[in-house]
Design a protein around this ligand. Sequence first.
Ligand code: GLU
Length: 277
Amino acid sequence: MTRVTRFAPSPTGPLHLGHAYSAWVAAERAGAGRFLLRIEDIDRARCRPEWEAQIFDDLDFLGLDWPRPVMRQSDRLPAYRAALGQLAARGVLYPCRCTRADIRAAMSAPQEGAVGPDGLVYPGTCRARPMSDARPDDALRLNMRAALALAGPLCFIENGPLHPGQHRPDPDWMIARVGDVVLARRDMGTSYHLSVVVDDAAQGITEVTRGADLFDATAIHALLQALLELPRPTYWHHELIRDEQGKRLAKRDDARAIACYRADGASAQDIRAMLSL
Ligand code: GLU
């Protein structure tokens, strides 16, 4: 089978050394197969066309090549709506109008503090609301317990160096530490988790390569793939590039931006050497 990998940056700031590493890992894992680029721009408030242009330019500078036109998530809202329709038909979605403040207030009780890979674990305030009650400005959440019961046992294969092997996400962990994740944010009509799963399938991705910070989210993705009956790619989570203090690089860490190294006259080869590639 031809391996198909992707690099899926969000144009919310300049690419930095960590992105260069991630893109190279994806291209390398594709080998003789296909390396695709996907622009993850569902967060319209934070994404900018100039960052997207810079992404193309930086990746080109790094010596990468990918088929055009690229998939852009802002063009894919009908596909996300269709997936949400499928999940609603399976009875695992509910509308939620809790604000962050509502959630924090509901959690200021003794059992507070459950924070998982998706942030605060939702206390379930709106869980009994039917979809027929959904208003256009509601978020949509996955009823985790119902979804796990419907999907049955989950499994995904990790090929990366950090956690190699077959993983079977524990349903109790998913209920306690992930909880009822938002699949459609009120301001976007979708979410990272839903879009990534729908798009990896649409692009025929056979191996998802990305940073180790997203390893725990893979359980959510495996669940959505099962519910939506999508093919399941294998995964390769790579180590994160950190600064001298051991802190992982962030978009706002402009000093590590590839553009800055370029302005200083560094070549792609110099950047590879900095990353010990
Ligand atoms: N768009 C995400 C990011 O820039 C990557 C998501 C993924 O690779 O699954 O961090």
